[in-house]
Design a protein around this ligand. Sequence first.
Ligand code: ATP
Ligand code: MG
Length: 372
Amino acid sequence: MRFAYVVLRDFRNYPYLELDIPPGASLFVGPNAQGKTNLLEACYYISSLSSPRAERESDLARWGTGCFSLAARLEDLGSVTTVKIDTAVTPSVRRKLRINDRRVTRRELVALFPCVYFSPDDLYIVKGSSALRRKFLDSILSRQDSVYAKTLQRYNDTVARRNTALKKAGADSSWKSTLESLDELLVNLGSPLLYRRLGLVEELSGYTQSTYKFIANGNCAVAYTSTLGETALDLDEIKAAFRQRLRELGREELARGVTLAGPHRDDLSVSLNGKSFRYFGSQGQQRSVMLALKMAEARCLQRSFGTKPVLLLDDVFSELDSEKKSKVLSLCDFGFQVLMTSTELPKHTGPRFSLFRVENNAAMPWGVGNQS
Ligand SMILES: Nc1ncnc2c1ncn2[C@@H]1O[C@H](COP(=O)(O)OP(=O)(O)OP(=O)(O)O)[C@@H](O)[C@H]1O
Ligand SMILES: [Mg+2]
């Protein structure tokens, strides 16, 4: 799938923007604070009805307006689809969604096509806390399957309730039966999450490895590390391991009042020649492996949606040497539409890309880059 045309009305700093977007790679260039990131954010919102960076939906409406609209014409192998999104953010969030002028639900719209968003902050997926790596996996799985998103929410609620029960049960044994029923709920909700994550990481790891080799010519490995220990990709085995682990941790959990094992405590390890990128990767290496993870995300989403995602790469060139920059540009050779932003024109040879100038709440075609 690709964006052929987008319209933004009262989205972030844009009162009104209409833009034809060509296939292949496009680079949006402009000084700071002109709306480059906002434009990519709008594209991401069109595919997922969520923002990769806003805390609240109301942040997306242009200040003083209380509502915003987005529309797009999408093309995929000759077929054209139009999407229209009208969102009011005050007093609460209300949306009108249309695909080809037919009203649709949130679920139908999110199932239409995926985008993959890369921001410089994503570096924290590699070098930050495990919560960000879990979120990376959960965000892919939730877009692939709305049941996963619901199960995750119920699981997190159960962990919170179980933590309360653990704290109470230490002093008051009448809480023990509540705890037992929460244990079973924890296992029944957590096991399918772990099952899906293990499957995803298996798929991600091969793609990450090959893209990292292409971008940075090194050997990276991605593995899921579970607080339940090693488990096979089998739901019943995972459940048995989960119950066993809860039995082992019984005393310690009661003493500490927290749930110590389960998908909410797991991690993703990302390493280069056996050394963790988190502690030993250079800035450029961390950035390259992050890009490789995002490309792997794109491949996984492509398989489950049955269409190529659009890659939205915000400020992607900073801290990459020129060879890696042209490798990033050549990602569009794999048939992806790639929308990128930068404050400067890249000075290196490589594949061609369309250029846009972003300034004063507007984006204008600005020719073609790398005409050599
Ligand atoms: N809801 C909003 N209403 C109006 N303006 C907003 C809103 N949210 C953000 N802005 C403004 O939009 C402007 C552009 O933001 P954006 O993040 O897109 O800049 P950018 O071009 O990516 O800059 P940089 O190169 O620094 O990353 C900023 O000045 C920001 O304050
Ligand atoms: Mg920006």
